[in-house]
Design a protein around this ligand. Structure first.
Ligand SMILES: [Zn+2]
Length: 466
């Protein structure tokens, strides 16, 4: 059986996830459901990145122990994800025992390859990014992503990973494997970065106690990125490595496309097939951020639009590769147009017509593998989430138009009317199969409604918003 292993970024635990994070998880869940419908053995991994100074500081601000604090955030995250019916096969935590063991083993393998050495480090460090910065990275002495945080000057002895050794290997791998970094523009960006020359990177910390101890020097802990990336390997069930897809935000491209493959190569593991760096969602034209007070939680979105409605609105907010903006008013408009009036109205009308016809129906459930051979499935195979949905909604609107033209309500002959409606029932069942990865609850209702011999209208699928 074909396997499909996909992962999302694991989120920092300084706060519970918002819809910006949830966008990525919804996309991953859609892809996981899609590959399952193709009959593949799927493993979908998501989770949280719990070590490092950032978690420690957030816990301090909240006035509690780090371990308790991260537990609380993780249980909040799980609630948020389940509000959108996001069903990972595992929610991995970098504090999980098997991960601590995996990260330790991994470090030792890299060391055995001769790629770890001890050296003095001095430079700038942004605790928001958990990243070293050069003078060129800073704007007015601050990190451009975290203008409110002060930049720390660090001088300590650390363990370094010989990243520079893999410069040519990475260039060749990116050039020879067009599927490796998606979209194409990010691959170009990575090659341009490599052309400037890779520098070795410090992979341990002296003064961060909340982390995985360096195996042969417990005074230091592993750098949070080195630790976190290994989660993808920890989470892979037997025979599922290498991953088919790492899905992540575009700000993390460098770590995933350049550091992680070099680490894997050094440790002697095969590289993932595809690294997809998606664009960002903004809310009312602004960055989604708790400190800006510009935030929506997944639960709020699901309370307003239902979980399927919320999934649809997130999936259609933008193309996967590009950026996009959402607002409550735009979402309400789209919800009314596409879900309440579009799909919801068609299902209500057709089921009512079937009921009034007093005929019996004997429809069957289409084979998803066949259905997804069409354009909508091909789009999903290429990670074109928005395009896939647009194609499906074109089909919905065509069915609606054909129903208007056929005017079954004017047909007197009961048998003829039944035959005509049976054709439309087959069409709506095809739609139900196609929307299953996106709107699983709606699919279930349409399936139950139209596979019945005596068709009766279901409860309103999507209640119109005023
Ligand atoms: Zn920063």
């Amino acid at each position: 059986m074909k396997r499909f292993y996909l992962t999302t970024a694991i989120d920092y635990v300084n706060d519970v996830v918002h819809i910006g994070h949830a966008y990525q998880k919804v996309v991953a869940d859609i892809l996981a459901r899609f590959h399952r419908l193709l009959g593949e053995e799927v493993f979908f991994l998501t989770g949280s990145d719990e070590h490092g100074g950032k978690a420690e500081e957030a816990a301090k601000r909240a006035g509690c122990e780090v371990a308790d604090f991260v537990d609380r955030v993780v249980s909040g995250n799980k609630k948020q994800l389940s509000a959108l019916d996001i069903c990972p096969d595992r929610y991995i935590r970098t504090t999980d025992k098997d991960h601590v063991k995996q990260a330790t083993d991994f470090y030792l393998r890299v060391k055995k390859s001769g790629d770890i050495y001890r050296d003095k480090f001095s430079g700038f460090y942004c605790s928001g990014c958990e990243e070293y910065k050069t003078v060129a990275d800073l704007e007015d002495g601050h990190c451009p992503h975290h203008p409110n945080l002060s930049i720390k000057k660090l001088a300590e002895e650390n363990y370094f990973f010989a990243w520079s050794k893999y410069e040519d290997f990475l260039k060749d791998h990116i050039k020879n494997n067009p599927e490796f970094i998606k979209p194409q523009s990010r691959a170009k960006e990575m090659l341009a970065f490599l052309d400037q020359g890779l520098k070795d990177i410090s992979i341990s910390r002296q003064n961060v106690s909340w982390g995985i101890p360096v195996p042969d020097d417990p005074d230091q802990t592993l750098y949070v990125w080195f630790d976190a990336l290994i989660n993808y390997l920890t989470g892979a069930p037997k025979d599922f490595w290498p991953a088919d897809l790492h899905l992540l935000g575009k700000d993390n491209t460098r770590w995933h496309a350049l550091l992680w493959p070099a680490m894997l190569k050094s440790a002697g593991y095969p590289l993932p097939k595809t690294i997809y760096a998606h664009g960002f969602l903004t809310l009312n034209g602004q960055k989604i951020s708790k400190s800006l007070g510009n935030i929506i939680r997944p639960q709020e979105l699901a309370e307003e639009f239902g979980s399927d409605g919320a999934r649809y609105l997130l999936a259609t907010a933008k193309t996967l590769s590009g950026d996009g903006d959402i607002s409550w008013s735009k979402m309400k408009e789209k919800y009314n147009a596409d879900l309440a009036n579009g799909l919801g109205n068609l299902v209500a009308r057709l089921s009512r017509l079937c009921q009034l016809s007093e005929q019996e129906f004997f429809a069957s459930w289409p084979n998803p593998e066949k259905v997804f051979q069409g354009e909508a499935g091909q789009a999903l195979n290429n990670y074109q989430i928005l395009r896939s949905l647009k194609l499906i909604w074109q089909k919905i609107s065509l069915i609606d138009q054909r129903l208007n033209r056929a005017q079954p309500w004017k047909i007197k002959d009961k048998k003829k009317k039944g035959q005509l409606l049976a054709g439309f029932v087959d069409d709506i069942l095809l739609v139900a199969v196609m929307i299953e990865p996106f709107l699983p609850r709606t699919t279930k209702i349409i399936k139950e409604t139209f596979l019945a011999q005596k068709i009766t209208p279901p409860k309103t699928l999507f209640i119109r918003k005023k």
